[in-house]
Design a protein around this ligand. Structure first.
Ligand code: 13P
Length: 248
């Protein structure tokens, strides 16, 4: 059975005062208790790790460079993220792909860099609105998955986050049927490529997840949690999402 995961991506938001929130988050009890991960900006990683000590919250980065070190002004390596005490890193978020021109092969190298630093890689994939309208979603997602995910993925080193670009920050969410169709396809591909490990890799849904829609999304068999942007910035919004996951 896959353990569920509630992950929050603060993006370029947050400050030291918001780290108090990390201590307020509660892990629901019971067999179904989800893992909880918060990904603050890299400048807050050290403080976030300290603030989440003795709490159920784990900390992750939002991006890493492909190289271990070198002349890459402004970037951070996976080992640097690991050294803060973080345990995971997002890679290939659509905002990185759009704002920084990251390709599937860049993202693949980042996943390998994350694994090399012993970080859980949370690989983000998702279709644009034009691709959705053109009925290309499944082909695009399958191609991204194939090209961005290196050989060697396991349930412990990798999480997939399906985030339709048109659903991010818009309040628009695919129908449950569309989410199920895409997640089932991702699961089938993972199992075809990685056998039992493919069955163990968690698949998160991301894109306008709110307390009001989380429970329905979590009814899907191959939705193993959520990657939450805006609603991860307030305890009052992320806690009910964590609770809905525990109840799913
Ligand atoms: P929102 O939850 O704000 O739509 O963002 C989703 C996202 O991009 C998480 O990585």
């Amino acid at each position: 059975m896959r353990r569920t995961l509630a992950a929050g991506n603060w993006k370029m938001n947050g400050d030291a005062a918001m780290l108090d929130a990390l201590q307020q988050l509660q892990a629901p009890g019971g067999d179904n208790a989800p893992d909880i991960l918060i990904c603050p900006p890299s400048t807050l990683l050290l403080q976030a790790v300290a603030a989440s000590e003795n709490s159920p919250v784990r900390i992750g980065g939002q991006d890493c460079h492909t190289a271990a070190s070198g002349a890459h002004t402004g970037d951070v390596s996976a080992a640097m993220i690991k050294a803060t005490g973080a345990s995971a890193v997002l890679v290939g978020h659509s905002e990185r792909r759009a704002d920084h021109g990251e390709t599937n092969s860049d993202v693949r190298a980042k996943v390998e860099a994350a694994w090399g630093a012993d970080l859980l890689a949370i690989l983000c994939i998702g279709e644009s609105e034009a691709e959705r309208m053109g009925d290309d979603t499944l082909d695009i997602i399958a191609a991204q998955l194939e090209a961005s995910l290196p050989d060697g993925a396991t349930g412990t080193n990798t999480v997939i986050a399906y985030e339709p670009i048109w659903a991010i920050g818009t309040g628009r969410v695919p129908t449950l049927e569309q989410i199920v169709e895409t997640h089932d396809m991702i699961r089938a591909r993972l199992e075809a490529r990685f056998a039992t490990q493919g069955a163990a890799i968690r698949i998160l849904y991301g894109g306008s997840v709110k307390p009001s829609n989380a429970a329905e999304i979590f009814t899907a068999e191959n939705v193993d949690g959520a990657l939450v942007g805006g609603a991860s910035l307030k305890v009052a919004d992320i806690q009910p999402i964590i609770d809905a996951l525990a109840a799913s």
